[in-house]
Design a protein around this ligand. Structure first.
Ligand SMILES: *Cc1c(COP(=O)(O)O)cnc(C)c1O
Length: 239
């Protein structure tokens, strides 16, 4: 594929994704700008991010600390990119993540959060946080359980250099039933929304519920997601 073809493809896929988001939001009586599209650019080259940026995309998600760091450095002239770190957090990577991320969407341990707060202080910045919830109780996934959210939120609220913005979850891949429905997925998304609503009543800074990927974004929007994370749908398959 030539470079121009790539650029057009990414721009088109962004348009299609945004169209779909707008349609689903409207169908469920939601404001079309109440759902933010995050472009997940992990493993994709700088040129792809530049193409998405040229098409107007500003919110990007990355999963690997060093990859995020390199990309953020290379693209530091694009000052209005909002970088989200959405991967698992190793404690020896908190510094490099804090240096390059505007948001960290996968916090689930106070020890790590305190480190992020200290790094943010040294960097003279405020880092936005989403608490990751392991909503399907998957042994191999990060995240707290729903009943641990309040305690962690209280602790975050006491720190000065991080701002609690909401919740994130990555549910299991539930196959549709004979009726084409995914009741378990919907139930889990609804639990997330209830927890998010309670949090919002307690903390005015909370405005983000990150639910929904390429395979489940319509249900996520139906259930109240304010941020969907799309990789493959924007940039194509990863190797
Ligand atoms: C990779 C990733 C995505 C994007 O997944 P796609 O299936 O490519 O859309 C979204 N969220 C998280 C946390 C991811 O790691």
């Amino acid at each position: 594929m030539s470079e121009n073809k790539d650029i057009n493809t990414i721009a088109n896929q962004l348009l299609n994704a945004q169209d779909n988001i707008n349609n689903v939001a409207t169908k469920f009586n939601r404001n079309t700008n109440s759902v933010v599209l995050m472009a997940v650019s992990k493993t994709k080259p700088i040129a792809d991010i530049e193409a998405a940026y040229a098409a107007g995309q500003r919110v990007f998600g990355e999963n690997y600390a060093l990859e995020l760091f390199d990309k953020q450095q290379t693209l530091s002239h694009l000052k209005d990119i909002q970088w989200h770190y959405i991967g698992p957090i190793q404690s020896n990577k908190t510094k490099i993540i804090s240096q390059s991320a505007d948001w960290i969407d996968s916090v689930d341990r106070l020890k790590i959060i305190k480190r992020i707060d200290q790094h943010a202080k040294a960097l003279n910045k405020t880092i936005n946080l989403l608490i990751q919830v392991n909503i399907s109780n998957s042994p191999q996934k990060s995240g707290v359980s729903l009943d641990q959210v309040n305690e962690l939120a209280e602790s975050i609220n006491e720190l000065k250099h991080v701002s609690l913005r909401g919740l994130m979850a990555i549910p299991d891949n539930y196959e549709p039933n004979a009726d084409g429905q995914r009741p378990q997925l919907k139930a889990e998304f609804n639990l997330m929304f209830t927890c998010y609503s309670h949090l919002q009543q307690q903390y005015p800074s909370v405005d983000t519920l990150s639910l929904g990927m390429s395979g489940d974004l319509n249900i996520a929007i139906e259930c109240g997601s304010t941020m969907v994370r799309l990789g493959t749908a924007i940039f194509g398959k990863r190797k």
